[in-house]
Design a protein around this ligand. Structure first.
Ligand code: DX5
Ligand code: ZN
Length: 217
């Protein structure tokens, strides 16, 4: 599958979100980090902001829910119009029901794994998902250093997907930048979230172009 780049607006200026998403119109997705200050020690945004973003960007929204009780909230993001909704394996108590509800509402379903969560434990859920997100930092904040220790898991996730002949995208999120993206691509990732690497750049669109080029090399 072709490389896809998903800038995370966590590193954007929240007072100018419409401009900030327009600045990366050459991206494939807009990655939206929803944090509830319980599952992770940080608080960001929720459904009202997602609904507003949908009105100002033609790009599909990739909602990454770092929240407790995703079973309760995730379907609402799909119903609102998010094109992809990812829940955390560690937080879901009924993941199969929730992943199916996301798909039933017309969105792609995603399952995220924290750095310490084993992928083998969730291998049986692969048929229920359209994307697996392997976190390459502990979730909660932008601008953290990439955890190389997670790369073998990216590789194993790709092998599991391939072994089952499934069309599941493999996303990495956290510390993805010019220095680390090639290692992620080499390990088998095909969807790349980048927050600070895009929004700290003088020219965010150029950063997207260049990350895409590096990941495709
Ligand atoms: C972290 C979020 C990421 C974050 C990545 O918990 O899930 O999406 O925005 O930021 P960078 O790319 O700066 O590590
Ligand atoms: Zn994220």
């Amino acid at each position: 599958m072709a490389v896809q780049i998903a800038p995370s607006i966590l590193s954007a200026d929240f007072a100018r979100l419409a401009d900030e998403v327009t600045a990366v119109s050459n991206a494939d997705w807009i990655h939206v980090d929803v944090m509830d200050n319980h599952f992770v020690p940080n608080l960001t945004l929720g459904l009202p902001v997602v609904e507003s973003l949908l009105k100002v960007t033609p790009l599909p929204l990739d909602c990454h829910l770092m929240i407790e009780d995703p079973d309760r909230w995730a379907p609402g993001y799909a119903e609102a119009g998010a094109s992809s909704v990812t829940i955390h394996a560690e937080a879901a108590s009924a993941p199969i029901r929730t992943l199916r509800a996301i798909r039933a509402a017309g969105a792609r379903s995603g399952l995220a794994l924290n750095p310490g969560t084993a992928v083998e434990q969730y291998a049986d859920l692969l048929p229920e998902i359209d994307m697996m997100l392997v976190m390459t930092v502990e979730p909660g904040f932008g601008g953290q250093s990439f955890l190389d220790v997670v790369l073998p898991k990216v590789r194993r996730a790709r092998e599991l997907i391939k072994g089952r002949e499934l069309d599941v995208w493999l996303q990495v999120d956290g510390g993805v930048n010019a220095e680390t993206i090639e290692r992620c691509a080499e390990a088998g990732a095909d969807v790349f979230v980048a927050g600070s690497a895009v929004y700290s750049a003088d020219d965010p669109a150029e950063a997207v172009r260049s990350l895409r080029e590096q990941a495709s090399a």
